[in-house]
Design a protein around this ligand. Structure first.
Ligand code: SF4
Ligand code: SF4
Length: 217
């Protein structure tokens, strides 16, 4: 690389390192960055040039903290608080550097954070419609930040992580997993559950998935 080009790129790498350091300090164990043409359609922000996505695997440490009273869904609420706080801190950091930034929350409607995670190289989408990561399978929660900063990060391809074992389809009580993932059926089933006495969400397709290294709760 020519010395001039390297000098131009250095501040971008330094900023990315600063962002990742902050995410790691907040305890995030997954981190990825993407910069390029997909940033606008995937985030919905016309000014977005880059996006960072980070996440937490839900493993024993979260379950031991007593968040398992209602299984995965209770653990998810606890983890989402940490993710959203981290997203706010990263967004503030980028704003301080003079870049427009917007938080993509862990439960934010209108942005498919799983697709963003895929272009950031964090995993692939399984038959159950979830992001499967090498480290934690689908047992992850994600958040992100869209920014006008031209961070260095190209789309990365990860080897296919869905084992096509069909365990999720067999476990699904709504028949939502077949040739493709039927999101409407899943949503309808979960709405029925939430209206019921337990206020629980279904997580069976997550629990049974053998993708990734960490076994299900
Ligand atoms: S349970 Fe099997 S088929 Fe379903 S997403 Fe996981 S690895 Fe793929
Ligand atoms: S969350 Fe439950 S209903 Fe939805 S696809 Fe997974 S197993 Fe089926």
């Amino acid at each position: 690389m020519a010395a001039g080009a390297e000098a131009l790129l250095r501040p971008r790498f330094e900023l990315l390192r600063e962002v990742e350091r902050l995410a790691r300090e907040e305890g995030m164990d997954l981190f990825g960055c993407y910069s390029g043409a997909h940033a606008v359609p995937l985030t919905g922000f016309t000014w977005a040039r880059s996006v960072v996505v980070f996440g937490l695997g839900i493993g024993e440490k979260e379950l031991l903290l007593g968040v398992r009273q209602r299984g995965w869904s209770r653990a998810r609420q606890f983890v989402d608080l940490l993710l959203d706080l981290t997203a706010c801190r990263i967004s503030n950091l980028l704003l301080r550097h003079g870049h427009e930034s917007e938080v993509i929350g862990s439960s934010q409607a209108g942005v498919d954070i799983r697709r963003l995670a895929v272009v950031c190289g964090l995993g692939t989408i399984g038959r159950n419609g979830l992001l499967i990561t090498p480290e934690h399978g689908p047992r992850v929660r994600l958040a992100g930040v869209a920014t006008s900063a031209p961070l260095p990060g190209e789309a990365r391809v990860v080897r296919e992580l869905c084992l096509e074992c069909n365990a999720c389809a067999e476990a699904c009580p709504a028949g939502a997993i077949g040739e493709g993932f039927n999101e409407a059926r899943c949503r309808e089933y979960n709405l029925r559950l939430e209206r019921g006495a337990s206020f629980r969400k279904c997580s069976l397709c997550t629990d049974v998935c053998p993708g990734g290294a960490t076994p299900g709760p």
